[in-house]
Design a protein around this ligand. Structure first.
Ligand code: NAP
Length: 244
């Protein structure tokens, strides 16, 4: 029976993956800021779910994580799903800064804590949900795309570090395209929008197979491959934006 910690399990992708893990018979340690949502998840399978309120932007978040791992009796998989994102064509500083705090600082705070746990406890599987948005800089969401790129690179760096130091830690970087969750703003149009259950099922498979890196779904994988080939002078002239 696997023991998985999901940070960002109160909504959207993380919540749906948590439900699938329960169905698999795994033990789930669920975290997020909203205690009511955590209680609702626990009520689905009180024997299998333990919870802990964690705000990843706070200094005490690693301490809260180790409390959660204690309640779970250990951790085999850490899945980082917490994140925020907004279009910010007006470049409002508060949006840019809070995105950096959650997706940058908060992300690093939590994955370093998970890394340290696995280093000190014989290994484990560290998985994160980043995004295809990290592929290139996106003018409509500068902080979001930049922090997602940082997450991709950070996991690459940790994977090399684990090899260098001989730690038995496996890494998975999950990069979905648009998924219909509260993160996307209601009323906007998103191309090739995917539904949460389908994405969550794919993530569960990826967690079981321990793929190093995956783009969800195949259509987006093609998209991303093409994006990478576009020369800089042309990329900077493209109008990639969602329509309200
Ligand atoms: N939806 C998409 O189109 C899409 C595409 C690619 C990648 N992603 C990524 O997938 C991940 C999950 O997003 P989602 O689409 O499922 O969005 P969502 O439904 O809004 O869920 C976001 C989760 O992050 C948690 N969170 C936010 N700020 C937090 C904080 N300070 N501390 C702890 N937890 C925090 C939320 O929990 P609380 O509010 O309870 O704290 C919630 O559980 C994100 O990293 C997102 O960037 C999403």
């Amino acid at each position: 029976m696997k023991r998985i910690v999901i940070v960002g399990a109160t909504s959207g992708i993380g919540l749906e993956v948590a439900k699938l893990c329960i169905r698999e018979g795994w033990l789930v340690g669920a975290a997020g800021r909203r205690e009511e949502a955590l209680a609702e998840l626990k009520a689905l399978a009180p024997e299998q779910v333990v919870t802990q309120a964690i705000d990843i932007t706070r200094d005490d978040a690693p301490e809260c994580l180790s409390r959660l791992v204690g309640k779970l009796g250990g951790m085999d998989i850490y899945l980082h799903s917490s994140g925020i994102g907004s279009r910010n064509i007006e470049l409002k500083p508060d949006i840019e800064i809070s995105t950096l705090r959650t997706n940058g600082e908060g992300f690093v705070r939590m994955v370093t804590a998970a890394f340290a746990y696995f280093r000190d406890n014989g290994g484990g599987h560290l998985a994160v949900i980043s995004s295809i948005a990290g592929t290139r800089g996106l003018g409509s969401a500068p902080a979001y795309s930049a922090t997602k790129r940082m997450q991709n690179t950070y996991i690459d760096a940790l994977a090399q570090l684990a090899h260098m130091e001989g730690y038995a830690i496996r890494f998975t970087d999950i990069r979905p395209g648009f998924v219909a969750t509260p993160l996307l703003k209601h009323g906007d149009h998103y191309p090739m929008l995917m539904q949460v259950p389908k994405v969550a099922r794919r993530i569960l498979t990826v967690l079981k197979t321990e793929r190093r890196r995956v783009v969800i779904d195949r259509r987006y994988a093609v998209f991303v491959a093409v994006w990478k080939l576009i020369p800089e002078w042309l990329w900077e002239r493209l109008k990639i934006r969602t329509k309200a």
